[in-house]
Design a protein around this ligand. Structure first.
Ligand code: ZN
Length: 562
């Protein structure tokens, strides 16, 4: 438990700082960590919860290699698709290998090589394993590491209906895991990305350090990530009545707020233009002035991720556009795309494609046509739920789990068949499910801490009880503390016994920092009144107890903490 007083320079977020300071983790290189004894215990507890819930959901544990031969990955096409994120190596014969980032290929072959029949299905296999991903930007400690721990499960089915049953069981198991780890979690619709398949859900813990934007409706449980979310605008974009198109001199007015203020209107009436370079072409993307372009939605609409916002040094390449003053009226020879909300809008302020000029009164359909149109704008606070019209919440989240209905993606390319009831071979239908156990470890700290340190929920705490000995001359504290520790151990409670020869202040600070649920202080009250002091870390509540009632008091406090 090598605790640190100062914040280490490498710590970017609170949970990372606390894990380092509490002596639970240490880094060897960017995104590569050692778990010290206390950190290792937490991971073990989390993985045991995951194991119990997977077993309950009918999955069976296996252990696949972390060192994957390249062949299966080449068969699926992902050897190339994965690019530099995959850690690759060669053996002494020059054969290709990788350190597994995920295991669809290996698990599919594991099952298909048993030549299953319809009677053997469904089968759902999982492993809790170390995974590797050569992240371009490892950060936030265990949140985005290059080597990390993860549970990944893979289910195999004869038909879609059967996949649906397992998918729902896994979804319920994931929610139970999150609940047992004291993580409040939202399930959101997500895209399938490199894993592939047709439907997927992410399990998100709402947190400001989250790398993903999510949208959810507290009224009806609708939720989706930024790429897939649908929202209903609360207000109408543009004016309510038609107006004549009129050119306005707007010297130096480039930002939406400046233009709106100068003309005497609001961003709800200004058409925003963002210029992108797509391949070698310029693209003008138009969204309502009070929204941002969602680049993940734009990627879906364009069918490519190969684009970026036009840089200043690229202006000369695209003389057809006037940065800061680009509008759809009279914009010729430039590729455009419009957000759905622009369709039918009237009384808009738009760029006039002339330096220092805007239009007001622009009207879609009359002055320009919003073609092509797509859902390319991001959500804002106040947007309404498309299903129930409740007010949506827009927030950031940490993704702790992700489940996918894969369908036939891997079965087709890897010839993973089963023999059906009619005797014919058919490809197995698959689902895949991942939950990050080392990421959960840090996410729990991110959600459960105060200025003194970590506040572990009892279910995942490294140990339940921290006994702090403050010895006074002839006070009998060490003996009493060891007796209590033994009694607790006999009742199955693990104890951290702090008998170090350091000042009481250091012991108290360390106890709060490492954050075990219950602290028992065996100090100067013992010789004075025969009492010990119990402190509940989460609430800070303190109770004095006669020394012979210490174990019972701790048991009660732990029950309350569940
Ligand atoms: Zn709703």
């Amino acid at each position: 438990m090598p605790t640190l007083k100062e914040k280490p320079a490498e710590a970017e977020v609170k949970s990372h700082e606390l894990l380092l300071r509490a002596g639970m983790i240490r880094s060897f290189a960017a995104g590569i960590y050692t778990l010290l004894p206390l950190g290792g215990r937490v991971l073990e507890k989390i993985e045991e919860i995951v194991r119990q819930e997977m077993n309950r959901a009918g999955a069976l544990e296996v252990v696949l290699p972390t060192l994957h031969p390249g062949d299966p990955w080449m068969c699926s096409g992902r050897w190339l698709e994965y690019g530099p994120e995959m850690m690759r190596l060669k053996d002494r014969q020059g054969r290709e290998f990788c350190l597994g980032p995920t295991a669809e290929e290996l698990m599919t072959l594991t099952v298909s090589r048993t030549a299953p029949s319809y009677r053997d299905l469904p089968v759902n296999l999982y492993q809790i394993q170390t995974k590797f991903r050569d992240e371009i930007r490892p950060r936030f400690g265990l949140i985005r590491g290059r080597e990390f721990r993860m549970m990944d499960a893979y289910s195999f089915h004869a038909d879609e209906k059967d996949l649906e049953v397992t998918y729902e069981a896994m979804r319920a198991a994931y929610l139970e895991i999150a609940k047992r780890c004291s993580l409040e979690t939202r399930v959101v619709e997500a895209s399938t990305g490199l894993i592939g398949g047709k439907e997927s859900h992410e399990f998100m813990v709402v947190s400001e350090i989250g790398e993903d934007v999510l949208v959810y409706c507290p009224a009806c449980d609708y939720g989706a990530n930024a790429e897939l979310e649908h929202h209903k605008p609360a207000r109408q974009f543009g004016g309510s009545e038609s107006a004549a198109l009129e050119e306005v001199h707007t010297p130096g007015m480039v930002s939406i707020e400046d233009v709106a203020g100068f003309i005497g209107t609001t961003p709800e009436s200004v058409l925003k233009c963002v210029l992108y370079v797509v391949g070698t072409e310029i693209l003008a993307a138009f969204v309502p002035g009070y929204r941002e372009v969602s680049e993940s939605k734009l990627a879906r609409a364009l069918g490519t991720e190969d684009f970026h916002v036009m840089r200043d040094d690229e202006r000369a390449l695209f003389p057809a556009v006037t940065p800061g003053f680009t509008g759809p009226v009279g914009l010729d020879g430039v590729r455009v795309i419009f957000d759905e909300e622009v369709k039918g809008a009237r009384g808009m302020v738009t760029g006039a494609n002339k330096i220092d000029y805007h239009y007001r009164g622009a009207e879609e359909g009359r002055d320009f046509k919003a073609e092509p149109v797509a859902d390319i704008a991001g959500p804002v606070e106040g947007d309404l739920c498309a299903s129930c019209s409740g007010e949506l919440k827009v927030t950031r989240g940490i993704e702790i789990g992700h489940i996918f209905k894969l369908g036939l993606k891997y079965s087709d390319v890897l010839d993973a068949n089963f023999t059906d009831v009619d005797g014919h071979p058919k490809p197995m239908i698959m689902g895949t499910y991942g939950i990050g156990t080392s990421r959960i470890l840090q996410t729990v700290v991110e959600q459960h801490h105060d200025k003194g340190g970590i506040r572990w929920p009892a279910a995942v705490a490294p140990l339940p009880v921290h006994v702090i000995v403050i010895a006074t001359e002839g006070g009998g504290q060490p003996e009493a503390a060891r007796k209590i520790a033994l009694e607790l151990a006999e009742r199955g409670m693990e104890v951290l016994l702090d008998e170090r020869d350091v000042s009481p202040g250091i012991k108290f600070n360390d106890a709060d920092l490492v954050g075990l649920p219950v602290q028992l202080i065996v100090g100067k009250k013992l010789p004075a009144s025969g009492e010990v002091e119990l402190k509940i870390r989460y609430t800070g509540e303190r109770r004095d107890l006669p020394v012979d009632q210490a174990t019972g008091g701790i048991e009660r406090a732990l029950e309350e903490a569940q």
